[in-house]
Design a protein around this ligand. Structure first.
Ligand code: NCD
Length: 364
């Protein structure tokens, strides 16, 4: 059975199919109105959300189905100490498919391990956000007509921004993509994305310090919010919070056809004056999020019993009860989960739940 926990769970063909169905839904909405009549989606949101939860809800409603769940875990049995795994075992009796957002990294993976209905990761800590990635891919395709060959600049919080991590992972499937990383030193892209994705899949990438020096080369500018809630140190947050701001003056340096994306919410990294610029695609992006989630729910339910759409094998994963993940935000430090780790291309070891480094190759 196919779950969507990480963008790498989907093959290129599966992503193409989801995007093609989303485009078909946009063209012929009425044809999909009743296709999941009586179907039920559970949304388990342990962390705040506006867009993602409402777009999942709207998506299921537009397919003719129903939605149940919670948006504040304090009102559920979680408050009594129920584990993610137990909550999901219970909810799988009531719903055909589950979308889960959690502040602990790896919570959706732990849920998928015990679930007999498809699980969708709607964001886990600063780790991954694969449905935002599908939204972003559909948006790039609709704005520019293609994804192959683009130069995309990621700007802002590349350290904690889970949408950035997931989109870069998906871009490994496209030809001749160039990634430009625009961030202050404190907010640079984690090494595991650089090594295990960019270098492993030969994605051409460069790191720069200012937006101005690259704006004229970009087809897509992907702006992000500095993720205040993930900072342990408030002073550090204050130092970087206004690092990069997109305004009308800077937009003059950009190409005529560049698309500005942002997963939203924005704080002050895009000035409101940019909203009227035809290149500002972020509100159209939100709308695409609903259509792509409709397509995803539809596909995961269609693929459920099809062995051709099983989860990809993970020959690099292994169980090691003696190893321990030191990331305080990893589910493995809060709940009892299988002690799973993976070997990296360079021979190191990482946690499969959160991708934190366990050992360098040299330490083995
Ligand atoms: C993002 C998220 O939750 O990671 N928002 C979203 O899902 N659209 C980005 C953010 O919170 O900054």
């Amino acid at each position: 059975m196919k779950h969507l926990i990480d963008p790498t769970d989907l093959s290129k063909q599966e992503i193409d199919e989801i995007i093609a169905i989303a485009e078909d839904i946009i063209a012929k909405r009425e044809c999909y109105r009743d296709c999941l009549r009586y179907g039920k989606l559970a949304t388990l949101f342990y962390e705040p959300s506006t867009r993602t939860r409402l777009s999942f809800t709207a998506a299921m409603m537009e397919l003719g189905g129903n939605v149940l769940g919670f948006s504040d875990a304090r009102n559920s049995s979680v408050a009594k100490g129920e584990s993610v795994a137990d909550t999901v075992r219970v909810v799988a009796n009531f719903a055909d498919i589950v979308a889960i957002r959690h502040h602990w990294e790896g919570a959706p993976l732990a849920a998928a391990a015990v679930s007999d209905v498809p699980i969708i990761n709607a964001g886990d800590g600063s780790h991954a956000h694969p449905t935002q990635t599908l939204t972003d891919l559909l948006t790039i395709k609709r704005e520019l007509g293609h994804i192959d060959g683009i130069t995309i600049g990621f700007c802002g919080d590349l350290k904690f921004g889970r949408t950035v991590h997931s989109l870069i992972k998906a871009l490994r499937l496209y030809d001749h993509v160039k990634v430009v990383l625009i961030a202050p030193g404190e907010l640079r892209l984690p090494a595991y994305i650089k090594n295990d994705v960019c270098e492993k899949y030969h994605i051409d990438y460069e790191e720069v310090r200012t937006m101005e020096e690259v704006l004229g080369e970009l087809d897509v500018l992907y702006m992000t919010r500095v993720q205040k809630e993930r900072f342990l140190d408030e002073e550090e947050f204050d130092r970087v919070k206004d690092s990069f701001v997109l305004d009308a003056e800077r937009m003059k340096l950009a190409r005529e056809k560049m698309a500005v994306l942002h997963p939203l919410p924005r704080v002050n990294e895009i000035r409101p004056e940019v909203d009227a610029d035809p290149r500002a695609a972020y509100f159209r992006q939100v709308g695409n999020g609903k259509f792509v989630r409709m397509a995803l729910i539809y596909c995961l339910l269609k693929w459920k019993n099809d062995p051709a759409h099983a989860m990809p094998p993970h020959p690099d994963w292994f169980e090691a009860p003696a190893l321990h993940c030191h990331n305080a935000h990893c589910i493995s430090n809060h709940e009892s989960v299988a002690p799973l780790f993976r070997r990296t291309a360079s021979g190191g070891v990482r946690c499969v739940y959160c991708d934190a480094k366990i050992r360098d190759a040299a330490a083995l």
